[in-house]
Design a binder for this molecule. Structure first.
Ligand SMILES: Cc1cc2nc3c(=O)[nH]c(=O)nc-3n(C[C@H](O)[C@H](O)[C@H](O)COP(=O)(O)OP(=O)(O)OC[C@H]3O[C@@H](n4cnc5c(N)ncnc54)[C@H](O)[C@@H]3O)c2cc1C
Ligand code: SF4
Length: 542
C-alpha cells in the first residue's frame, strides 16, 4: 500500500456510493440475558463511543478476541424520524436533561446508544492543535504526544471516517450569512471538515442522521470490529473491574434483562466518557491514588446568538454545523454553526408567550450561530445517592470571554445585514441597533448567561506522574496492570476545538501499543485538513 493522497474536498463529502455496509452484526442484547452468564475475551472494552469503538476495531483486526460492553442499545436510521422531541428521548441519556450544578446551570447532553455521543454529535473534526500538545508536554509531562507522533493515527481515523470538507452548496444559508459577515470584517474562517459520506444536508445531525451519512462510530468502527470477530453486548452496564494480584481479571456487568454478565479478560479498556468513567473507576476502587479522579472537568461551555434578517435563511436546511470562525481562537473563543429545525430553536429561545410565538413565526428569517469558550474554569463529577452530580462554576475569566464572544458575534450579524440581534444574556435579550455599550456596561454575571456544553473532558486526566494524573501518556491506569482509559476523560484540558477525533486518535494509538505494533506507516495524506488558529492552549494554561 502506498501513502497517496485522500480526497477531502468536492465530491469526497457527498459521495455515498462507497458507504460501508456491515456484512455481519455480532451483537448480544442484554435484554435477552436474565440469568448469570460468563464469557471470555482477551480485551473487554467498555463503551462504544469516540474512545471505545476505535480501540475495539483495531484490536479485533489485530487478532485479539474483543468484547464490547455498551449500556445503550443499537439504533439505526429506520428509527430516526428527524423530530427533535422524539429523538432526544430515544438517543440521549436522561432524555438530554443532564445539567451541571453551580453558579449557572449548564445543560450537558450525552449520547446513550451504540456509538455513544458520536451518534448525536455534529460531526465536526479538528485535529489537536499543536500549541495544545506543547502545553500538555510542559504541564503534564506528555512529551510523547507530539504533532508528528499523532499524525499517522489522525490520518487513519480521518480515512476510516471519510473526514472531508462541507461544500458551500450544502452548508446552508445560515452558514453563508455568517460567512458574509466574517468576510466583511476580514475575520478568518472556513467550511468545516466532517465525518460524513453522502451527506444531503438534512439538518438534523444531533437527532440521528436519517440517511446514515454521518460516519459515527456505531456506523463505522463498531461494525468493522464485528467484521473482525468482536462482539458487542448492548444493554449491558459495566459495574466494576475485578482486580486480583494487582492485575485486572474480569469485568462484572448487569444486563437490561435483569441478569448478570461476567467478562473474564486479560485487559480492560474503559471508555464510558468523561462523566461516567470516573464514577465507574471509583466504584471499582481504581484510579484513586492521585486524588484527581473526577476532578479537572473542562466542558467547553457554549451559547448561541440569533439574528433576524429580511431575507429568507431557513436554517433547517443544510448541514447544521458547517462553518467556523477562528479569528479569536487564540483568545479562547471559537464560533461554530449551530443551526437546526424549528423545535430546536423553540426550546432555547429566551422568550415566552406571544413574543416567542411571533418570533417562531419568523423562523425562516432567523439565523443562529454558536460561541464556544475554551474554558479555564474546572468542575468535578461524583455519584450521590446513585445519581450523577456535576459541579461546575463558570469563573470570571470565562464569563468575560462569553461577553466578548457574544459582542463579537452580534457585531458580525449587524455587518451581515441583520435587523435585530438576540443575545443569550438575561436583561439584554434583544438588540435593535448595533450598540455594544449596554452589554459592556452591564458586566454580565455567570447566572445571566444561557449556556450548554457538549465536550466534557479531563476527569481521569493523563499525566506522566502518578501523583498528578489518573493515566499515563500511553493511557495506562497508574498503579494497576491491565487497565487503560481511552475516552474524553483522559484529555487533560480544553482543546479549543471539538474533541472527537483527538479522542479517536489517542484510542487508536493505544490499540497499536496493545498490539505491540508500530504506528501505521501507509495511511494516505488528506488532500487538506482544517488548521484553526489555536496557537496556545488557552484553557489548559490556567
Ligand atoms: C450534541 C453534541 C454535539 C457534538 N458535536 C461534536 C462535534 O461536532 N465534533 C466533536 O469533535 N465532538 C462533538 N461532540 C462531543 C463528542 O461527541 C464527544 O466528545 C465524544 O463522543 C466523547 O467520546 P467518549 O468516548 O469519551 O464518550 P461517548 O462517545 O459518550 O461514549 C461513551 C459510551 O460509554 C457508554 N457507557 C457509559 N457508562 C457505561 C457503563 N457503565 N457500561 C457500559 N457502557 C457505558 C455510553 O452509553 C456511551 O455509549 C458533541 C457532543 C454533543 C452532545
Ligand atoms: S446534515 Fe443530514 S444527511 Fe448530513 S450528516 Fe447531518 S443528518 Fe446526516
Amino acid at each position: 500500500m502506498s501513502n497517496g493522497v485522500r480526497p477531502t474536498t468536492g465530491e469526497a463529502y457527498t459521495d455515498g456510493s462507497g458507504a460501508f455496509v456491515p456484512a455481519v452484526e455480532r451483537i448480544e442484547r442484554g435484554s435477552g440475558i436474565a440469568g448469570e452468564r460468563r464469557v471470555r475475551a482477551d480485551v473487554c472494552v467498555i463503551g462504544t463511543g469516540a474512545g471505545g469503538a476505535p480501540v475495539a476495531k483495531e484490536l479485533a483486526e489485530g487478532g485479539m478476541r474483543v468484547l464490547m460492553l455498551e449500556e445503550g442499545e443499537r439504533r439505526s436510521a429506520d428509527e430516526f424520524n428527524a423530530r427533535p422531541r422524539d429523538m432526544t428521548a430515544l438517543l440521549y441519556r436522561d432524555a438530554g436533561q443532564l445539567a451541571t450544578i453551580g453558579n449557572v446551570p449548564i445543560v450537558l447532553p450525552l449520547g446513550s446508544s451504540v456509538g455513544g455521543t458520536t451518534l448525536v454529535n455534529s460531526g465536526t473534526c479538528f485535529r489537536t492543535p499543536g500549541g495544545v500538545l506543547e502545553v500538555w508536554a510542559r504541564k503534564f509531562g506528555l512529551e510523547q504526544l507530539t504533532v508528528e507522533e499523532l499524525d499517522p493515527y489522525f490520518r487513519r481515523v480521518e480515512r476510516e471516517l471519510n473526514v472531508s470538507q462541507v461544500p458551500a452548496e450544502l452548508a446552508g444559508n445560515n452558514a453563508l450569512v455568517v460567512k458574509r459577515g466574517a468576510d466583511a470584517l476580514g475575520w478568518s474562517g472556513d467550511f468545516i471538515y466532517r465525518n460524513a459520506k453522502g451527506c444531503v444536508g438534512s439538518g438534523v445531525c444531533a437527532f440521528g442522521c436519517p440517511t446514515s451519512a454521518k460516519q459515527h462510530t456505531g456506523q463505522t468502527y463498531v461494525p468493522r470490529a464485528w467484521q473482525a470477530g468482536a462482539v458487542t453486548y448492548s444493554g449491558c452496564r459495566a459495574g466494576k473491574i475485578v482486580v486480583e494480584g494487582g492485575r485486572a481479571r474480569a469485568v462484572e456487568a448487569t444486563t437490561s434483562g435483569g441478569g448478570r454478565l461476567r467478562v473474564e479478560c486479560d485487559a480492560v479498556v474503559v471508555a464510558c466518557g468523561a462523566i461516567h468513567t470516573p464514577l465507574f473507576l471509583r466504584r471499582s476502587g481504581l484510579g484513586l491514588d492521585s486524588g484527581q479522579l473526577g476532578r479537572n472537568l473542562a466542558i467547553h461551555p457554549a451559547t448561541a446568538v440569533r439574528a433576524e434578517f429580511a431575507e429568507e435563511i431557513d436554517m433547517a436546511r443544510g448541514v447544521p454545523q458547517s462553518f467556523y470562525i477562528d479569528e479569536f481562537a487564540d483568545e479562547g473563543i471559537m464560533f461554530e454553526g449551530a443551526a437546526g429545525p424549528p423545535d430546536y430553536l423553540a426550546m432555547s429561545f429566551p422568550f415566552s408567550r406571544e413574543r416567542h410565538r411571533d418570533l417562531m413565526l419568523r423562523f425562516k428569517h432567523l439565523s443562529q450561530f454558536g460561541v464556544m469558550v475554551s474554558d479555564r474554569s474546572r468542575g468535578s463529577v461524583r455519584e450521590r445517592a446513585g445519581r450523577v452530580e456535576i459541579r461546575y462554576d463558570v469563573g470570571p475569566d470565562d464569563v468575560e470571554l462569553f461577553r466578548r464572544g457574544i459582542e463579537l458575534l452580534a457585531e458580525l450579524y449587524w455587518e451581515a445585514g441583520a435587523r435585530r440581534v438576540f443575545l443569550p444574556v438575561h436583561g439584554h435579550a434583544e438588540q435593535t441597533e448595533p450598540d455594544p455599550r449596554p452589554l459592556r456596561d452591564a458586566k454580565p454575571r455567570a447566572r445571566d448567561l444561557t449556556l450548554m456544553a457538549f465536550h466534557p473532558l479531563g476527569t481521569a486526566r493523563a499525566d506522566a506522574s502518578a501523583a498528578c494524573g489518573v493515566v499515563d501518556g500511553d493511557l495506562r491506569l497508574h498503579g494497576v496492570d491491565g487497565v487503560y482509559v481511552a475516552d474524553a476523560s483522559v484529555v487533560p484540558g480544553s482543546l479549543g476545538v471539538n474533541p472527537q477525533i483527538t479522542i479517536m486518535a489517542l484510542a487508536t494509538r493505544l490499540a497499536f501499543h496493545l498490539l505491540g505494533e508500530p504506528a501505521p506507516q501507509h495511511e494516505p495524506e488528506p488532500e487538506s485538513i482544517a488548521r484553526p488558529r489555536v496557537g496556545r492552549a488557552h484553557g489548559v494554561a490556567a
